[in-house]
Design a binder for this molecule. Structure first.
Ligand code: MN
Ligand code: MN
Length: 283
């Protein structure tokens, strides 16, 4: 019944999109808006080009809200499960995102050169090793922020590593990463922007993880005892390598950004899960 309902919606979508039945691969995987935005669209991003500050981009590998004027994503959301982890090599093919509206500035592989900031992945390369294509998707510049090297290579790398460890331990994780504010300190000192002003250097970098045992019907399985980890870190080179020291509540990140995180959950469940601060293991 549910399956028939879904097929009908798909049919309706194809009619509206004006495509033929044959355009759709028979073994199509879950749509990104269903998988990567399962917990919601934090800023109400839309695919309208006039929404240049909050432009929704849906990729098979992750979903994001892009800011044309910042030249970075506002946030990127993705699911990490065994399906996404394989043996594909790191592709290292940093490149402009051809999916951006043509008239917008396209950040390039060289935009961060000599800036003192790393091309910091939001969706990490190592979270997308199921195929070369999936890994290559993480090297689109719409997935990058100018990240202080210490933050990227220590604090953030440790948190990314821990996330995949959780998956190895039998969990699956829904991740949202974002950045806000202006001005960070990289290896050449403080900067508010790079690439002739085309890319804003964020002041803060945050992440929210929702951790579940591997299984089905993920949204329905989230309850008051689900582990939620929220961190908010400074974008500088004196940041502590231990991400655990930056743990905060989801509520605090919502206040700082104006977003509504975990909006797909009931108000009551959000109230409980968003007010807590994680105290679990960090490695
Ligand atoms: Mn990184
Ligand atoms: Mn919320």
């Amino acid at each position: 019944m549910l399956n028939r309902h879904y097929k009908y919606l798909l049919f309706l979508f194809m009619v509206l999109a004006g495509c033929k039945d044959t355009d759709v691969a028979p073994q199509q995987s879950t749509k990104p808006e269903q998988e990567h935005l399962l917990l919601g669209n934090p800023s109400g991003a839309t695919t309208s080009e006039s929404n240049a500050g909050n432009y929704l981009m849906l990729k098979p590998q992750y979903a994001l809200s892009y800011s044309r004027d910042r030249g970075t994503p506002n946030w990127v959301s993705w699911h990490v499960s065994p399906d996404w982890l394989g043996t594909a090599d790191r592709q290292d093919n940093f490149r402009p995102d051809p999916a951006l509206p043509e008239s917008w500035y396209h950040v390039t592989a060289n935009s961060y050169r000599n800036s003192g900031f790393d091309r910091g992945h939001n969706t990490p390369s190592a979270d997308r090793t199921s195929s070369e294509e999936d890994n290559a998707a993480t090297f689109l510049m719409t997935n990058m922020i100018p990240q202080a090297p210490e933050n990227n290579q220590q604090t953030w790398a440790n948190l990314e590593e821990y996330t995949r460890e959780l998956v190895e331990q039998g969990m699956e994780v829904y991740v949202v990463m974002g950045s806000y504010g202006e001005g960070g300190t990289g290896s050449n000192g403080r900067a508010t922007s790079i690439d002739n002003g085309n890319v804003t250097v964020p002041a803060r970098i945050w992440k929210v993880l929702v951790v579940l045992p591997q299984g089905d019907n993920d949204l329905q399985r989230i309850n008051t005892s689900t582990r939620v980890i929220a961190v908010d870190t400074p974008n500088n080179n004196t940041v502590n390598a231990d991400w655990g020291t930056y743990r905060t509540s989801v509520d605090a990140i919502e206040s700082a950004t104006g977003y509504d995180l975990l909006s797909a959950l009931s108000t009551q469940l959000q109230q409980t899960l968003e007010s807590g601060v994680d105290a679990g293991p960090t490695r």
